[in-house]
Design a protein. Structure first.
Length: 281
């Protein structure tokens, strides 16, 4: 099975429906040219100051010629402007909407350098103690900050592999490169087998990886340390809710005297008290 591709041009609702259907059929899809290439350049520029601190060579899985820069949401206003893109919100609602709530879990700027070998194929949800969940618990993604080509280390995916369980084993021959032009977005479920590709080119491949998870799972990175209340007072409420300043599930994520976590950011505002997240409708 090839990597399904949809294009938003002209018909956003139609493209969203096609992306949701591809995620169901194949566990992945590329949404082509979703944002202008200048948006990707702006994110790269805003993160440039932090990239020197990135970890290289920490483990085989992380890659020895791969740089990973964390906390892009806190560090890039341009990333904040696209983090809740309607396509991402709709895809998360479709894949994770069986749960009472879902939220952003982490993002990471991943640069694969020349000479890097292919990453071990994995399911991202293995981070959760390799539990074989009955439903999807993660919807992840990768913005193409540079073009993604087979040669420069485009993420390798196994379309359809979201259907099996954790015991399935695939090899390189089962994978397809998620080739895409700068400004495109790869979406994939937490059950999809994939891995970073080998970089046989002379340049770096840069991508911004995204993770979203149901509200009853721990977020991959601690959003309240990366985006503490004192730093986020001018962020829109919907972005703060998205990253986890919200009650979750039934009786999760509340604060102090049954308070809404957003009260930590806006002590001057009134919020409802109580434990439960009530499903809209
Ligand atoms: O960089 C990539 O293409 C994929 C990285 C990845 O899948 C991971 O680190 O979990
Ligand atoms: Fe991964």
């Amino acid at each position: 099975m090839d990597v399904p591709r949809v294009s938003i041009e002209g018909d956003e609702q139609g493209a969203i429906a096609a992306a949701v259907s591809a995620l169901d059929d194949a566990g992945c899809c590329v949404v082509e040219r979703l944002v202008p290439t200048a948006v990707m350049d702006d994110i790269a520029a805003e993160l440039a100051a932090y990239r020197g601190r990135a970890s290289v060579g920490a483990s085989d899985f992380e890659g020895h010629a791969t740089r990973r820069t964390g906390a892009p949401l806190a560090r890039s206003a341009t990333f904040r402007s696209i983090a809740t893109h309607p396509v991402i919100m709709a895809a998360c609602d479709a894949v994770l909407g069986h749960a009472t709530s879902w939220r952003f879990s982490a993002a990471e700027y991943i640069e694969i350098g020349p000479g890097e070998s292919a990453q071990r194929l994995h399911r991202d949800q293995w981070k959760y103690d390799m539990v074989d969940f009955a439903d999807e618990v993660e919807l992840n993604g990768m913005w193409a900050i540079t073009d993604f080509t087979e040669d420069n280390g485009a993420t390798r995916v196994v379309p359809g592999s979201h259907r099996g369980d954790n015991r399935e084993r695939y090899d390189d021959g089962d994978t397809r490169p998620a080739e895409m032009t700068k400004g495109s977005l790869l979406l994939y479920t937490g059950t999809l087998y994939h891995g970073g590709g080998a970089n046989r080119s002379g340049g770096w491949r840069a991508g911004l990886s995204l993770q979203h998870a149901v509200g009853w799972l721990t977020q991959s990175t601690n959003q309240f340390l990366e985006c503490p209340p004192a730093d986020v007072a001018d962020w829109p409420d919907d972005l703060l809710r998205f990253i986890g300043y919200a009650k979750a599930g039934n009786g999760l994520g509340y604060w102090r005297d049954s308070e809404d976590p957003l009260a930590a950011v806006h002590p001057d505002r009134e919020f409802d008290r109580g434990w439960a997240t009530v499903r809209p409708g």
